[in-house]
Design a protein around this ligand. Structure first.
Ligand code: B12
Length: 362
């Protein structure tokens, strides 16, 4: 059965495929609880841990899992810019959720031509722990950057799987150390989010910071540099992503660059029209705009001073307080006068934030 399914997948162009019959992930309970205890978790994970620990919570009839990896952006190099924002390459082109859902559906329907079975598709958004399931299905091993790295394709692979009621046995994968002494991702992580001993503090990861609606500590903002959505640094530096040239799919990624002036003025409708199909748009316009304001401050784009100033009148607190930060980064003395004049119109929370920012040595 495994061989036949693998052949079907290969004939559809799916190179990375594996199987696991590990259904119970209770062995990760302490690790997950420990992360929560230390507040290393993110708000994008299912809060009720037990729901994450057994695939039968999602599909009670599950007996085995068919997992796949779909490579993207092989050989990716960041486009260079001095005055634009940047999206992570995981947000390039068609939303990978949509793409993988389609591929997995197609695969399941092909398998059904010779074997009746029931299935549930999972890509990213289920409570389950995709990397661990795919590691058990032998799609790859954990790198120090905590991502799953495939032997042939590296870590630029999106993961998805079919929970099935098929009787497919496969032993649990053993952890292999594929990084050895290499710690380039740990050293390169802009905000030191990766631990030497393994694991990641999500709250410090730039990818997390670009997505969260929570308050971003002032000290972390410079490390977001020009990221409007996501971050690829720990993958770009990884030697496992330096592939043979025949695997490199594309070199030009200028579509990932974001015009900041346009972003500051874009309407909700135009945002959805222009960026709505990208996986990185799920947090909406204001989060991108907030990141745009951080970028303008970080890149010292003085020509954007007036545009940023206008955003102090934006009704959204999420925008206002980052506009204030950005303005101070651009021209501290002028910004102080502007913010002082605004104090009387703002509520206590915003007032306090402005006062704090004016006192900081930015
Ligand atoms: C929440 C989440 C995030 C959070 C937390 C990331 C994280 N590392 O967990 C944030 C917002 C930071 C994030 C960022 C990104 N994400 Co994300 N994310 C998820 C999500 C929804 C859940 C992940 C999760 O449960 N983490 C919790 C714990 C269990 O994971 P962990 O901390 O890494 O711990 C594991 C190992 O690292 C290891 N470990 C942890 N601590 C220790 C300690 C020791 C001592 C040892 C030995 C091992 C060890 O064991 C754990 C067992 O699984 C999954 C989809 C899903 N449903 O699973 C996608 C997923 C992990 N993300 C993905 C991607 C692509 C990204 C980004 C690259 C996107 C981007 N370009 O910005 C970045 C990468 C940042 C990074 N280095 O991880 C892919 C990863 C693909 C791959 N090749 O591995 C996934 C699988 C989505 C998918 N289906 O394709 N993500």
């Amino acid at each position: 059965m495994k061989q036949k399914i693998t052949e079907t997948a290969n004939s559809m162009g799916i190179d990375i495929i594996g199987f696991t019959s590990v259904l119970d992930y209770g062995y990760l309970k302490d690790l997950l609880l420990n992360r929560i205890d230390k507040e290393y978790n993110s708000e994008y994970e299912e809060k009720e841990i037990n729901k994450r620990l057994d695939v039968r919570n999602v599909f009670p009839e599950c007996k085995s899992i068919i997992a796949i990896g779909i490579p993207y952006a092989l050989g990716y190099k960041k486009p260079v810019t001095k005055d634009m924002g940047l999206l992570s390459v995981s947000s390039y082109g068609t939303d990978y959720h949509k793409e993988l859902n389609g591929i997995l559906y197609h695969l399941a329907e092909e398998i059904k031509k010779y074997k009746r079975f029931e299935y549930v598709i999972c890509v990213d958004t289920s409570p389950l722990i995709d990397k661990e399931i795919c590691k058990n299905a032998q799609l790859g091993s954990y790198g120090k950057n905590t991502l799953l790295i495939n032997d042939s394709y590296g870590s630029f692979i999106n993961l998805g799987y079919l929970l099935t009621d098929l009787d497919i046995e496969n032993p649990k994968a053993i952890n292999t150390d594929i990084c050895g002494e290499c710690d380039i991702c740990i050293k390169s992580c802009p905000n030191n989010a990766i631990f030497k001993e393994g694991g990641l503090n999500s709250k410090k990861c730039v990818s997390y910071l670009t997505q969260t609606k929570n308050y971003i500590p002032v000290d972390y903002r410079k490390n977001m540099y020009n990221q409007i959505y996501g971050c690829d640094v720990c993958q770009i530096v990884c030697p496992k992503n330096r592939l043979n040239s025949e695997k490199v799919t594309k070199n030009e990624y200028t579509d990932l660059l974001i015009n900041l002036k346009e972003l500051m003025h874009i309407s909700n409708k135009d945002f959805v029209k222009k960026y709505g199909a990208l996986s990185g748009s799920w947090r909406g316009k204001n989060v991108w705009k907030r990141n745009g304001l951080v970028t303008i401050g970080n890149l010292q784009l003085l020509s954007m001073y007036d545009t940023v100033k206008e955003e102090l009148d934006n009704p959204s607190e999420l925008i206002k307080i980052y506009a204030a930060w950005s303005l101070i980064k651009l021209k501290k003395e002028n910004a102080r006068d502007v913010l002082n004049n605004k104090l009387k119109y703002e509520d206590d929370k915003i007032k306090q934030e402005y006062m704090k920012l004016m006192e900081l040595r930015l």
